[in-house]
Design a protein around this ligand. Structure first.
Ligand SMILES: [Fe+2]
Length: 926
């Protein structure tokens, strides 16, 4: 076990750092020279009552300070905006003693309700920064508005504490200074610097102490390390804090008698660790301590608390961890292992192909999990606290008030999403993502970082974990047992206790993501819940980085009808403006990867919500001021509301562009190209020109259309990008397209008839492209215009016809898959293309023969004209060849068209004959 360093050692370095870095300390720095110590950790106030407040600071003794205790003076002024002279209201003395890690707490009473105060500490020449607070009014007096922010989960290593400072900025901009701020837990994390975050994930290095926290001095040192953060200090100085712990203030997933992250054999008794952690918590946070810190074993050290804000609201802060909570019904790891055991042997299968035995076993796992979750012996609040909550809500709740409840966990019964059963409009995207994850070699994109790479690198780990997620959602197996979802019986009692005349708003944290939804008891709405994203700790985006945030949110909403909105991708906080008739909450997002440097750049409002006194939740809405919208986000776009993202009509964009391009090319193409062109050779036309110029123009127009179609198909991004970048598709850089196209070509090479065949195909393609350029340059206008319009009409008619069946949907799915570079089912697209060709006319039948030169073998046709066609190798995939071999219906249509043009009955028979080793095939049209 590592020995923690003395606080003095850390303080000396911190002092140097503070002098250089912290702007709030700059003016005082000079005055500190020669002082016996410093106020390095700022000031804070907390637990406000109508006439009392807890003031906090920490005095850091200078090196070699001989004393074990220092006398610290505190001073307090009334802070009125229009008051030029500040009159000292109160002053007093307190002790900064080594016994309490030199922290100072003063519970100042006898103050004037509703008054704004400023305060400061002094010790010798050293002066602390100033803090301020406004006291609430007593419950009997009217109060019109309240402004506050809600935070949770601040892991130092994962990022900067920008959320803290952003709350100050935002409230100032709204001219609504914070009345208080809530911290719903995980204010610190207990892990060492090699775990959560791992070194490779660490954004802010230098965690102190570097080892995991077990003993009092270690917890103190971690608190001190966090408190050096200037953004936390800024928020602490601006308004009172009201806090309750979650698990990481002690150890991960803790409960009354233990924790997931506690190992008695090496870390000693859990009780000792718990009391050490709680003592450090109370020493370093501005909580009201009405018990003996030196005798922590004599509980209660902190109970549930109530705060009144005039007649407007009362706030209940609940304790859900260490007073009454029983151990979790199960652990996510254990249930995931059970699911994995069922899937073992089926990892290579797509979920849609899971055999029946898997479903049977999954149902068993689900039943067992439900039995554990429903166990009434699993408690979280305990009877005493439950009774207290019910009493507050019923007896002391008054009409016209709001009941605010702060507690650490998510109360909503969030069921794992069933990604395979998403609402209409999302499933095509989902199908693509599943394909990406269930087939090797597919392109992978991390939606958090934007990085792309081959899925093989992360394939097994990602795919197997994701298949477990899939199974959990599909078979409704709950994975979260540490939140309220693991304490079902107690949850029901808790929600019943909220019933009363006062509309209730519940705040939660812990999940690191944002959730807004309705809470019901016995099918009646009893509260609206808002759970905030973390200050820095990573959310679901780190677990499933391959899923677009909009899809993730949509999946959760689909699985949980009472969930109104979710965001799984941002860090930040919740900002509330409470009025008599309206509760306005805004989800504020921050870019925690960089420090704020005193600006609001990189901060944005994701969504706003209103709740009326009837508990009607409306939103997401736009935010109150435009300057905090996406435009002020410093180039970082916030998550879009899920449905707007997912309902983007992506497939229609390329389709419309394709139709437009076809029309344009047809318009540009002229009567005929020069005789003997490569296109003529390719299509087997006679040297010296054609007898029917318009047909030749059609053939050239056709080539252009097909080649453009092909170029367009391969030029869309070969990854799952269309969720976020639909309009960038046609603008994709050419070099990327070329690289992708060449890789596709290389993939196809092994299937070719050999290098000679490949060269033939390349040569054909080259000649086609040359023709397009030549034809376009020599084209006339009239025939091209007519043909272009005909082509557009045919395209639209085919699309409409296909839309009436499933053909269009299938083809679009295939097109999307193709655009991502996935192996896709070619048949739907080939079928649609064949139908289009049939409608486009006779020239296209000739192209059909180019696509499927063996097409007409065995058909009953009499031919007078012989066409020499390349039979093998072909440029086109097998499905296209097969489809165009079935131009039987096209034969009838061709007959009809030719009859129409010739004015006489015509019977077509195509006869093909393989001529042998030269690869040439001779067909006859009669
Ligand atoms: Fe957390």
């Amino acid at each position: 076990m590592n020995t923690p360093r003395a606080p003095e050692e850390e303080s000396e370095k911190a002092a140097e750092r503070r002098k250089a870095e912290l702007p709030i300390w700059g003016p005082v720095g000079a005055a500190m020279a020669g002082a016996v110590g410093y106020f390095l950790h700022g000031v804070a106030s907390g637990d406000p009552l109508a006439n009392a407040i807890v003031l906090w600071t920490r005095f850091t003794p200078a090196k070699k300070a001989p004393k074990k205790a220092f006398l610290v003076r505190w001073l307090l002024w009334i802070q009125e905006p229009n008051r030029k002279e500040r009159k000292r209201e109160l002053t007093g003395k307190a002790t900064a003693a080594e016994e309490f890690d030199f922290t100072v707490k003063v519970d100042v009473s006898g103050l004037q309700p509703g008054t704004r105060y400023a305060y400061r500490f002094e010790c010798g020449q050293a002066k602390s920064p100033e803090g301020e607070f406004r006291l609430p009014l007593p419950a009997t007096e009217p109060m019109a508005t309240l402004s506050y922010a809600v935070f949770s989960c601040a892991n130092r290593g994962f990022g900067n504490f920008r959320a803290y400072a952003a709350a100050v900025e935002r409230s100032r901009e709204l001219s609504a200074p914070l009345d208080f701020w809530l911290h719903l837990g995980d204010y610190i994390y207990e892990y060492g610097d090699t775990r959560y975050p791992a070194p490779s994930e660490t954004v802010v290095p230098g965690l102190k102490p570097s080892e995991e926290l077990v003993h009092l001095q270690q917890y103190r040192q971690r608190h001190a390390h966090y408190r050096l953060d200037p953004e936390l200090q800024r928020l602490s100085a601006s308004a009172p804090m009201i806090s309750i712990w979650d698990d990481h203030e002690v150890a991960n997933d803790d409960f009354k008698d233990g924790a997931e992250n506690h190992h008695s054999e090496t870390q000693g008794a859990f009780e000792a660790r718990k009391l050490a952690a709680l003592r450090a918590y109370h020493e370093w946070l501005p909580t009201r301590v009405e018990f003996d810190l030196t005798n922590m074993s004599a509980a209660p050290w902190l109970r549930w608390r109530r705060f009144d804000f005039g007649s407007l609201a009362m706030l209940l802060m609940l304790e859900t961890r260490l007073l009454a909570r029983t151990s979790q019904a199960a652990t996510e790891q254990s249930v995931r292992a059970e699911i994995a055991a069922v899937l073992n042997g089926a990892w290579a299968l797509s979920p849609s192909a899971w055999p029946g035995r898997i479903e049977k076993k999954m149902r068993k796992v689900q039943s067992a999990v439900e039995a554990k979750r429903l166990d009434p012996r699993k408690r979280m609040l305990g009877d005493t606290q439950l009774a207290w909550i019910a009493a507050q809500a019923k007896a002391e709740g008054r009409p016209g008030r709001w009941l605010l409840v702060g507690q650490p966990q998510v109360v909503q019964e969030l069921m794992s999403p069933n990604f395979q059963d998403l609402p209409r409009g999302t499933s095509p995207h989902w199908a693509d993502i599943v394909r990406n994850l269930t087939k090797r070699g597919a392109l992978y994109r991390n939606y958090t970082t934007g990085d792309e790479g081959e899925a093989d690198f992360v394939f097994s780990e990602l795919r197997n974990a994701f298949l477990v997620d899939l199974a959990a959602g599909r078979f409704r197996i709950q994975l979260n047992f540490d939140s309220w979802t693991g304490y079902v019986a107690e949850r029901r009692l808790f929600l019943q206790s909220l019933r009363g005349p006062t509309p209730a708003i519940v705040y939660g944290g812990d999940s690191h993501n944002a959730w807004a939804g309705i809470l019901r008891a016995d099918n009646k709405t009893v509260a609206v819940e808002f759970d905030g994203m973390s200050v820095t700790s990573p959310g679901l985006e780190s677990r499933r980085p391959f899923l677009p945030p909009g899809l993730e949110a949509a999946a959760w909403q689909a699985a949980n009808p009472d969930l109104a909105w979710a965001d799984t991708s941002w860090r930040g906080f919740m900002l509330v403006q409470l009025g008599l008739d309206n509760h306005r909450l805004e989800y504020m997002a921050v870019d925690a990867s960089t420090p704020s440097r005193g600006t609001s750049e990189g901060t944005s409002c994701l969504a706003g919500f209103d709740v009326g006194r009837d508990l009607q939740l409306s939103g997401p809405k736009s935010c109150r001021t435009a300057s905090w919208s996406a435009a002020a986000f410093g180039g970082i776009e916030p998550s879009m509301p899920s449905w707007r993202l997912l309902s983007w009509p992506w497939p229609w964009v390329p389709l419309a562009l394709l139709a437009s391009l076809t029309a344009l090319v047809g318009f540009l193409l002229g009567r005929r190209s020069s005789s003997g062109s490569s296109s003529s050779r390719l299509f087997g036309s006679r040297p010296g020109g054609y007898k029917r110029p318009s047909e030749e123009a059609e053939a050239d127009g056709l080539q252009a259309s097909v080649v453009l179609f092909s170029v367009f198909s391969i030029s869309v991004p070969p990854c799952s990008r269309p969720f976020t970048e639909p309009l960038s598709l046609p603008l994709r850089p050419l070099k990327e397209t070329r690289r992708w196209a060449s890789s596709r070509w290389a993939e196809a090479a092994p299937r070719s008839a050999g290098s000679a065949g490949q060269q033939e195909r390349q040569e054909s393609a080259r000649r086609l492209l040359e023709d397009i350029v030549g034809v376009v340059s020599s084209a006339g206008i009239e025939a091209g215009a007519v043909r272009g319009l005909q082509a557009l009409r045919a395209t639209l008619l085919t699309a409409v016809e296909a839309a009436q069946s499933d053909e269009l949907r299938e083809a679009l799915q295939a097109l999307q898959g193709l655009s991502r570079g996935e192996p896709v089912e070619d048949a739907p697209l080939a079928r649609l293309l064949r139908r289009l060709f049939q409608r486009l006319g006779s020239t296209y039948v000739k192209l059909g023969q180019f696509i499927a030169p063996a097409a007409s073998a065995g058909r009953r046709c009499r031919c007078r004209k012989t066409l020499a066609l390349r039979s093998s190798p072909t440029l086109f995939p097998a499905a296209y060849v097969r489809e165009f071999q079935c131009l039987g219906s096209g034969c009838e249509r061709l007959e009809a068209m030719l009859e129409e043009r010739a004015g006489t009955p015509i019977v077509i028979r195509v006869v093909t004959q393989q001529t042998g080793g030269d690869g040439l095939e001779h067909s006859e049209l009669a």
